[in-house]
Design a protein around this ligand. Structure first.
Ligand SMILES: Cc1ncc(COP(=O)(O)O)c(C=O)c1O
Length: 386
């Protein structure tokens, strides 16, 4: 049997490798404490689960859903954007639900990238931007983001011949893995740059409501004219603790949203309707859980930052996202540090190198570890680092 080149070319998915290592350690009887994946440990709020239970009993929800989602869900998405960011969209043309935002992020490359075309992808960044590009037969150009520039790309530094071939620019703030945030002036510059160079912007914003100390992340659509060139991916995963239910969304430029709808309608058959009903309830039901969860994450963030600094790592306290991003001492590679840590203590952190070359020398810790396990992990880390 011969596998396609695109499969042969796949790097091992970062979390799959970590999962394998964890499984091997567990099989040896090691008690693992993981700060790996950003997957909320707290349950989906009850009102949202109640909506699922009710919808599951209705036979209309047992049948194929429509690819474009329930009209009520598209309306809920646009109502949410209006409420959260003060921007309005046409629910018929400018909003589309996704089977988790990861699905849409991977598939949108098929809408823009032909063989030889270039996608501009941040380094470090969420790995799916590059993989989707590769599946579509395109080339990725890594745009450097570093601590010195607040993990923001310098768009003017991208060579002109690369820009000429570029079709899309990926952005993601609040950022995974760095926890960096971007303000409206950055998005204004990015929109102006995209218009000038005829490049579409794909902004990935799933952490917009995971923020601390009263900070309020922005949407690219708060920039006038952004919808001429951009879409924004978003998700119920992290906002409403719904990673397991797989539901996200994309909003923005009608031509871009329609292109993704056309691709998807040939690949999937939409989101189970009972889950769409959960998302509608999430939007219109009580919102208190967002602040409650953020207060818990903030307390955990503070504890992790405190311990990491104590053991000699450099950390910029993140204002948003589920992640603490820490700089290792010079000369220590992230994979080596993570491997030595898990072997010595059973504590799992994510090596920054998995997010790109600029992630080398950093590790990422998620704040979604339950409090008692977090304390245990921090105790072991402190004892190990001595
Ligand atoms: C930057 C970023 N984008 C997208 C996703 C995918 O989220 P989901 O598919 O659960 O909506 C994640 C998940 O961790 C992420 O970190």
């Amino acid at each position: 049997m011969k596998l396609a080149r695109r499969v042969e070319a796949l790097p091992p998915y970062l979390f799959a490798e970590i999962s394998k290592k964890i499984a091997a350690k567990r099989a040896e009887g090691v008690d693992i404490v993981t700060f790996g994946i950003g997957d909320p440990d707290l349950p989906t709020p009850k009102n949202i689960l109640d909506a699922l239970h009710k919808a599951a009993d209705e036979p209309v929800n047992h049948r194929y859903p429509e690819s474009e989602g329930l009209p009520e869900l598209r309306k809920a998405i646009t109502d949410w954007y209006e409420r959260r960011f003060g921007v309005s969209f046409d629910p018929e043309k400018e909003a589309l639900p996704l089977i988790g935002s990861k699905e849409g992020i991977a598939h949108i490359a098929l809408c823009f990238i032909d063989p030889g075309d270039v996608a501009l992808v941040p380094d470090p960044g969420y790995p799916v931007y590059e993989i989707g590009t590769m599946f579509a037969g395109g080339e990725t150009y890594k745009v450097d983001c570093t601590r010195e520039s607040g993990w923001l790309p310098d768009l003017e530094a991208i060579p002109a011949d690369v820009v000429a071939k570029a079709r899309v620019l990926w952005l993601n703030y609040p950022n995974n893995p760095t926890g960096a945030v971007a303000e409206l002036d950055f998005f204004e510059r990015a929109v102006a740059w995209a218009k000038k160079n005829d490049v579409a912007i794909l902004h990935d914003n799933p952490y917009c409501d995971v923020a601390y100390d009263g900070y309020r992340p922005v949407s690219i659509f708060q920039v006038p004219g952004a919808r001429d060139v951009a879409v924004e991916f978003n998700s119920w995963s992290k906002i409403y603790n719904m990673t397991g239910w797989r539901i996200g969304m994309v909003v923005g430029n009608a031509t871009m949203v329609d292109a993704l709808m056309r691709v998807k309608s040939n690949i999937d058959s939409g989101i189970p309707q009972a889950i769409q009903r959960m998302a509608i309830e999430a939007v219109y039901g009580p919102q208190d859980s967002i602040q409650e969860h953020n207060a818990i994450y903030q307390r955990r963030r503070d504890r992790i930052v405190e311990v990491l600094r104590k053991v000699g790592l450099e950390v910029d306290t993140p204002k948003a996202s589920l992640y603490v991003w820490a700089k290792l001492p010079e000369g220590v590679t992230s994979a080596d540090y993570a491997a030595r840590l898990i072997d010595a203590t059973g504590v799992v952190v994510t090596p920054g190198r998995g997010y790109g070359t600029n992630g080398e020398g950093y590790i990422r810790l998620s704040v979604t570890t339950p409090d008692d396990r977090l304390e245990e992990g921090m105790r072991r880390l402190e004892a190990w680092a001595g």
